[in-house]
Design a protein around this ligand. Structure first.
Ligand code: NAD
Ligand code: LMR
Length: 338
């Protein structure tokens, strides 16, 4: 039996710290990601109460979802006046609020609008559910997570173990593309993706896949390039109507469910996420995506990685400056946000 199946069984048999279910909020719930993510959460056993928040449109989403015959109850909240009530008592807050890219834009081009949105929602979290796990999807993730950290710090409730940038879409994509190339089952493939979440800051570790692969170097390079630019592939295919929503909802659901399993006392939960860290591999980058171990208190440690291949080390060295700049930009904005 695999380690994770034993862990699941142990959590089930002992009921170790198990709760009947959790309260989860989606901020930006009427949007392209928010709606399918909320659908998946409505069908998730560990979600007892689902709170939908947006500036508009959540009453309709709630009416629709509430007809699905699952155990999860759904409530809707609209506008800043209802944010505190939405967040009260939440265990997990998932944030896909903000504008998406159009062709020709970088994720950093979204900073102007999304920085303020994420900062004000983080302030709401600090006021109403300072103990919650917070998972940020809104781009540019490399900067929005440091923004939220600074806002939470100023409110006196920053816990680095509970603030996450959601990078699971990079892992989901890497698993799909590498499995295709190796003729393996995509659901059995695991490719760690580290670094950040934009362009060359996305660093898939094809030297560390499970199962192992025997891909030649030219294919490793082509796949790395595709994984780094997969968001743009979707933005261009959608031709001005938005970016990845369905695959993102699936990836965010995977991450949210892992957080809830960890909160429920399950052992052995590991996900790649962009978090504050002091790992040697990040070499001074305050935030970095890595495979993190999750437990009830949030990040409990980092899963070990073997040394990077020469090619990966070279990619890491060439993206460090850009990622550090994104982090600094977010921190400066967060510190000055009022
Ligand atoms: P969308 O425009 O379809 O939906 C965004 C929603 O946010 C809208 O319903 C909007 O009303 C809402 N919103 C705006 N301001 C808000 C506020 N102050 N409070 C609450 N809600 C607010 O966009 P989308 O396609 O769902 O994408 C959302 C974000 O997710 C974008 O920034 C996008 O770049 C990002 N994204 C990230 C990843 C990732 O891997 N992390 C993947 C895909 C998209
Ligand atoms: C993605 O990777 O799909 C998202 O970050 C959205 C985008 O703008 O590419």
């Amino acid at each position: 039996m695999s380690e994770s199946r034993i862990a699941k069984l142990a959590a089930h048999l002992t009921g170790f710290g198990a709760k009947a279910g959790f309260r989860v909020a989606v901020l930006g719930a009427s949007g392209g990601i928010g709606q399918p993510l909320s659908l998946l959460l409505k069908k998730t056993n560990l979600v007892r109460e689902l709170h939908l928040y947006d500036v508009k449109g959540t009453k309709g989403v709630m009416a629709d979802l509430s007809h699905i015959n699952t155990y999860t109850t759904v409530r809707s909240f609209e506008g800043n006046a209802e944010l505190a009530e939405c967040l009260k008592g939440c265990d997990l807050v998932v944030i896909p609020a903000g504008v998406p890219r159009k062709p020709g834009m970088t994720r950093d081009d979204l900073f102007k609008i999304n920085a303020g949105i994420v900062a004000s929602l983080a302030a709401g979290v600090a006021d109403s559910c300072p103990e919650a796990f917070v998972a940020i999807i809104s781009n540019p993730v490399n900067s929005t997570v440091p923004i939220a950290a600074e806002v939470l710090k100023r409110k006196g409730c920053y816990n680095p173990a509970k603030l996450f940038g959601v990078t699971s879409l990079d892992v989901v994509r890497a698993n799909t593309f590498v499995a295709e190339a190796c003729n393996q089952k995509p659901e059995k493939m695991n490719v760690p993706v580290i670094g950040g979440h934009s362009g060359n800051t996305i660093l898939p570790l094809l030297s560390q896949t499970s199962p192992k692969n025997a891909l030649p170097m030219d294919q490793v390079k082509a796949l790395t390039n595709r994984i780094q630019n997969a968001g743009t592939e979707v933005v261009e295919a959608k031709a001005g109507t938005g970016s990845a929503t369905l695959s993102m909802a699936a990836a965010a659901h995977r991450f949210a469910e892992s957080c809830l399993r960890a909160l429920n006392g399950e052992f052995g939960v590991v996900e790649c996420a962009y978090v504050e860290n002091s790992e040697a591999i990040s070499q001074g980058l305050a935030f970095f995506a890595l495979p993190v171990r999750l437990n009830k208190t949030g990040v409990s440690g980092f899963a070990p990685l073997t040394p990077l291949s020469d090619y990966e080390a070279q990619l890491f060295n060439s993206m460090k400056g850009a990622l550090a700049g994104n982090i600094r930009k977010g921190q400066e904005f967060g510190r000055s946000f009022t």
